[in-house]
Every structure is written in structure tokens, then in C-alpha cells.
Design a protein. Structure first.
Length: 229
């Protein structure tokens, strides 16, 4: 199994994150231009490090997907807000063939874990996803799992904040079985580069609106949504 960990100045969080990656899984840390030695630390801790010079969350995620070799690939934020030790719960339904894409629905452990402006940035795209695809999801799920070749076939083009949303929208357009499972969401280590400020949040919302404005790349197919316990 491979887990892609997009990384931009996460040197403080890396030890906690990497020590919780399940045994036998390969951690692919995609350094997105860190200036704090994150790449060196990740390599010293045994991770496979990929360098992606193009700034953007989507650019880092996609570089990790391309670098992955496992049949099923997981994604997880690298800021210690999500526990990689819980990844088997996300990957399980994909591995056993009962789901095509599984998203970890964030359940904040404290108010500080998910600031108000970040929650608002999540609510609107989720509402629009329901209107656009019919999927009744509650979160875009930064922790997620799917089969590598199927993800590459979606031909994802967004390289900024809209990448997770584009994954869900194109998966729905292709008729994928999309499921959610609850994941505890902790206060991140360090400052968010996307939703840590109102300006960053607004840029993320703009990226997501652009994704939702795209027309389906395939004919309409009924997607399936549900909850994994």
C-alpha cells in the first residue's frame, strides 16, 4: 500500500505522522517547496520523498499519485490533523471491492481543530456536490483511498485547492461507488497554507467553484454514496 502525504513546511508534524503509517505501507512524502528541511527529515525517517516544484495542493497530490506503484493509493494530510494509523479503515472497502472511493469524514475533536471559516469553506462545495452529482456527502475528505489506475483514468487537471473536489466530481460522473467513514480530526501542527486565513479560504472556494463549473467528461451515470462503519 502507498500513502501520499503532500508536504509544505511540515517538519514539526512529520515524526508524528510517519511513525503512525501502518507497517508495510510506503509513505510517499511529496515536498512542495518546503524551506524548513521537511524533505530531509522525511527521508531520514524512512519515507520515499518526491519533489514537486509547482506550488499547489493538487500538484503535490498528483505527483504522489504518479510516483505511487501500489494498486490502491491513499492520501492523507501531513500536518498531524489526521492519524495515518486509521488509513486501513479508509482503504478496506476499496481493497475488498465494495467501494471505488472512500473519504474520511472529518469529526473535529476540539473547536480549534476546524475553524469557522474552514468549515464554511467546506459546506458550500458539499452542497454544490449534492446538486451537481446527487452524492449526499458531508465532507471532501482529505483522507481518502482509491485504485491508482482508476484515479489516473479520471484525468484530473486541477493542481490547486480544487483537486480533492475534482476527484469526487469526476468519480461521481463515472458512476463510482463513493463512501464516507468518520475520522477524528485534531488541531493541526503549524499553520494551514490554504484555510488558515480568510484569504486562503476564499482562494480555495474559487478553485472549487471552477471545478464545479466543468461539464461532465462522460455521459451521466448514477453514482452510489454511502457510509462505511
Amino acid at each position: 500500500m502507498d500513502v501520499v502525504l503532500p508536504c509544505l513546511d511540515e517538519v514539526e508534524a512529520l515524526p508524528w505522522v510517519l511513525e503512525r503509517v501502518p507497517p508495510t505501507w510506503r509513505a510517499i512524502v511529496v515536498d512542495n517547496g518546503s524551506a524548513d528541511g521537511s524533505a530531509y527529515t522525511a527521508r531520514a525517517l524512512g519515507a520515499h520523498v518526491v519533489h514537486e516544484p509547482r506550488r499547489g495542493f493538487g500538484a503535490a497530490c498528483h505527483a504522489g499519485l504518479v510516483a505511487a506503484t501500489a494498486d490502491v493509493v491513499c492520501f492523507c494530510d501531513c500536518d498531524a490533523s489526521l492519524d495515518p494509523g486509521l488509513l486501513p479503515r479508509v482503504a478496506g472497502p476499496v481493497l475488498d471491492g465494495s467501494a471505488d472511493l472512500v473519504l474520511g469524514r472529518r469529526r473535529p475533536t476540539t473547536r480549534r481543530a476546524w475553524p469557522t471559516h474552514a468549515r464554511l469553506a467546506n459546506l458550500e462545495p458539499v452542497r454544490l456536490i449534492r446538486r451537481r452529482t446527487g452524492l449526499r456527502l458531508h465532507d471532501l475528505g482529505p483522507m481518502r483511498a482509491a485504485r491508482r489506475e482508476a484515479l489516473l483514468a479520471l484525468d484530473l487537471s486541477d493542481r490547486r485547492s480544487g483537486y480533492p473536489l475534482q476527484t469526487v466530481v469526476r468519480a461521481a460522473d463515472a458512476g463510482w461507488r463513493v463512501y464516507e467513514t468518520d475520522m477524528p480530526y485534531h488541531p493541526r501542527t503549524g499553520r494551514s497554507k490554504v484555510t488558515g486565513t480568510w484569504r486562503g479560504t476564499w482562494q480555495a472556494v474559487r478553485d472549487m467553484r471552477a471545478v464545479l463549473a466543468d461539464q461532465p467528461v462522460t455521459g451521466p451515470v448514477a453514482a452510489v454514496a454511502g457510509v462505511v462503519r
